[in-house]
Ligand binder design. Structure first.
Ligand code: DC
Length: 648
């Protein structure tokens, strides 16, 4: 299980090129067939992810020699249909493709094998495949619950031939497993599919990959498949893995929502993956799509906004999830039908999608096999973040919501299942709301400068010191000591604040002046040294980053809160000048003050702010140093604007 979070800023646009990682579906099929084949196969562009790692480990445990040659190239020495190890225990994580296909192949291999996975894998049905394999004599025991992993496969006399019946309406991976396994028997067998076959494009991938390894299946519509006698897998020498068409969907949607053009490379017109047809759905929503042999490009609608659609998604079960979050940016409702298989995937994807879309303000109706999304006029911000249910696709789908709000994605590491560097690629092709970060010591004039720069640009302004001051005041009012880290962090996490034009409210009460008292300054500096308080206030600060831009002042704006700031400034002045400025400011507010204690105080706070272990005050890399001891406010503002590329 992954943990933690990633905070994604609100986006302004998306464009560029993305080279896709290899397809998960093709990678795991190619690995298995290369392992079973006669001869050595060089597999190129293999996806390197959790699911393929599980398959590689399993094949290694079965005695297959597989060597990484680097750069996504692997050499697989085929075993000619018989695994060297006749006994093995395989752990397959949550990799459905690996679990289902290995079950079928191993059941016909005559060895003794135990297959298990993560707890969710043990909730995903496999009974229909087990039943089909038992029809040809396989000896498979479901060791916990009938119809579900873990499995114990024992040697058995396989009696192939004639007809095997298998259900097609729960998961197409059952049929895929059976199709890939039956050629090992060498006897002609007919597979009859009971019920409507779902996710047909995945069966096409299976058949195309098998053909690449020399086994041609005859089929009669989608109901009967004939595995011919005497066929065996032969290495094609080199096998290329196409880019992942399901992974392409997030970038194509980004182009459609964020203007584009956004081009994905690695899949195109000639792809064997059904999910490339996702772009037809996007086009129906109004996006402009162009396609070449090996690339697809998406741009926003020529006129107006995207439109909601109603679609039977049987042909694009995985990519259809991307439509659910694209729907947040469409006019009118979007209805996705025939998606019952979502319920038995990494998580119950219909329920998960519905719950998370509602956090963004959408109205969602869900049924056994459909979901209808009606977006709210503007996206709400989920303060607790978006939960991902250990499901890579949920994490990637919700990255799209950033076109309307900053989004915290919880447990983002789950993307490693199919796309380990998704968020890096995402950042490369998106333009986030820009930030000018102004850090510096107390009373260096940051607040005045930042507020004026913001006003001049028409951007938002974040006085992050005020947030620490508010937390200190709230703790004091609640009778929580400033040294009580857990207590203050809890107060910080639940802070009820409202920033207005010229007002700051705490629990509804105006506190603009109260947070400026020296006592609270000292409290703010004390609580700012507590790591869990800083952590609790992080997302709250990031939420200020809204279009068209943000000017943020504080101590760690450039280093921690907005490390990707477009412009970073470290503002300082001599301690004597800062004491005088603070003195003037307090007197103007009618607060009694005198210079000497202020000077002493500033020196102490400088020391505490710069020597604390977390986010100490320092000039971060890439920050411009600006000493304002001798500068006027107007000169300072002009300098910051010039550095930001927007001179006044
Ligand atoms: O900028 P200020 O004086 O209003 O800040 C009050 C205190 O909050 C200061 O002593 C340090 C702390 N602070 C911080 O640690 N990190 C920030 N980004 C802003 C302020």
């Amino acid at each position: 299980m992954s943990s933690g979070f990633i905070d994604l800023p609100e986006l302004l646009s998306a464009r560029g090129n993305v080279r896709l990682p290899g397809s998960k579906s093709i990678s795991n099929r190619v690995l298995l067939l290369a392992a079973l084949a006669d001869g050595v196969t060089e597999v190129r562009d293999l996806l390197e992810s959790d699911d393929t790692a599980r398959m590689l480990e399993a094949l290694g445990a079965l005695g297959v020699e597989i060597v990484s040659l680097g750069g996504g190239v692997w050499r697989v020495k085929g075993v000619g249909g018989v695994f060297p190890r006749r006994q093995a225990e395989l752990f397959l994580g949550n990799a459905g493709t690996a679990f289902r296909s290995l079950t079928a192949v191993l059941a016909l291999c005559g060895g003794e094998y135990r297959l298990s996975g993560v707890p969710r894998m043990h909730e995903r049905p496999i009974g229909d495949l087990v039943d089909a394999l038992r029809q040809v004599g396989a000896d498979i025991v479901c060791t916990e619950n009938e119809g579900y992993p873990p499995l114990h496969i024992r040697p058995a006399a396989i009696k192939p031939g004639e007809v095997v019946r298998i259900r097609g309406d729960v998961s197409s991976q059952f049929l895929t497993g059976l199709l890939m396994a039956l050629p090992l028997t060498g006897v002609e067998t007919t597979i009859e599919v009971i019920g409507e076959l779902i996710s047909r494009p995945y069966i096409e991938i299976t058949l195309a990959t098998m053909a690449r390894f020399g086994v041609q299946i005859r089929r009669d519509g989608w109901q009967r498949f004939i595995v011919p006698a005497g066929c065996a897998y032969r290495s094609p020498g080199t096998a290329y893995v196409e880019g992942d068409a399901s992974s392409a969907s997030y970038f194509l949607a980004l182009g459609a929502i964020g203007g584009g053009p956004l081009r994905v490379e690695g899949v195109g017109r000639d792809s064997i993956q059904g999910d490339v047809r996702f772009c037809e759905a996007l086009a129906q929503m109004g996006a402009r799509i162009e396609m070449g042999e090996n690339w697809i490009e998406a741009s926003g609608p020529a006129h107006g906004r995207l439109r909601g659609i109603e679609l039977d998604c049987n042909h694009i079960p995985d990519a259809a999830m991307t439509l659910a979050t694209t729907a947040l940016f469409a006019e009118g409702a979007t209805t996705l039908k025939n998606i019952g298989s979502w319920r038995v995937k990494e998580t119950d994807r219909i329920a998960a999608m519905a719950a998370e879309l509602r956090k963004l303000g959408a109205t969602v109706e869900e049924g056994g096999d459909f979901i209808r999304i009606t977006p709210h006029s503007s996206l709400l911000t989920p303060h607790g973040g978006i939960d991902t249910y250990d499901d890579h696709r949920i994490a990637m789908c919700f990255s799209l919501a950033t076109f309307g709000t900053p989004v915290r994605i919880n447990d983002p590491g789950c993307v490693a299942k199919t796309f380990p560097d998704y968020f890096e690629r995402f950042a490369e092709v998106t333009e986030a709301v820009p930030v000018i970060a102004i850090d510096g010591p107390s009373a260096s004039g940051k607040g005045t400068i930042a507020a004026r720069v913001a006003a001049q640009l028409g951007w938002h302004y974040l006085d992050s010191g005020a947030i620490y001051r508010l937390a200190a005041l709230a703790a004091q009012r609640a009778g929580v000591s400033w040294d009580d880290e857990a207590g203050v962090a809890e107060i910080a996490a639940g802070l009820d604040v409202e920033f207005g034009e010229n007002s700051i409210r705490l629990a509804g009460e105006e506190v603009g002046d109260a947070i400026r008292y020296e006592e609270i300054s000292i409290g703010a500096s004390r609580i700012a040294a507590l790591p869990s308080v800083r952590q609790a206030l992080l997302f709250r600060q990031r939420l200020f980053r809204r279009a068209p831009g943000l000017v943020a002042d504080g101590r760690d704006m450039a280093s921690v809160v907005f490390p990707d700031s477009r412009t970073k400034v470290f503002l300082t002045a001599s301690v004597e000048v800062r004491a005088q400025r603070r003195y003037k400011q307090l007197i103007e507010k009618g607060i009694a003050a005198s210079i000497d204690p202020l000077l002493l105080d500033l020196r102490e706070r400088d020391l505490r702010d710069s020597q604390r272990s977390v986010a100490p005050l320092q000039q971060s890399e890439g920050a411009h140093l600006l000493d304002t001891t001798e500068l006027t406010i107007a000169q300072t503002v002009a300098q910051v604007l010039e550095w930001s590329g927007k001179p006044s």
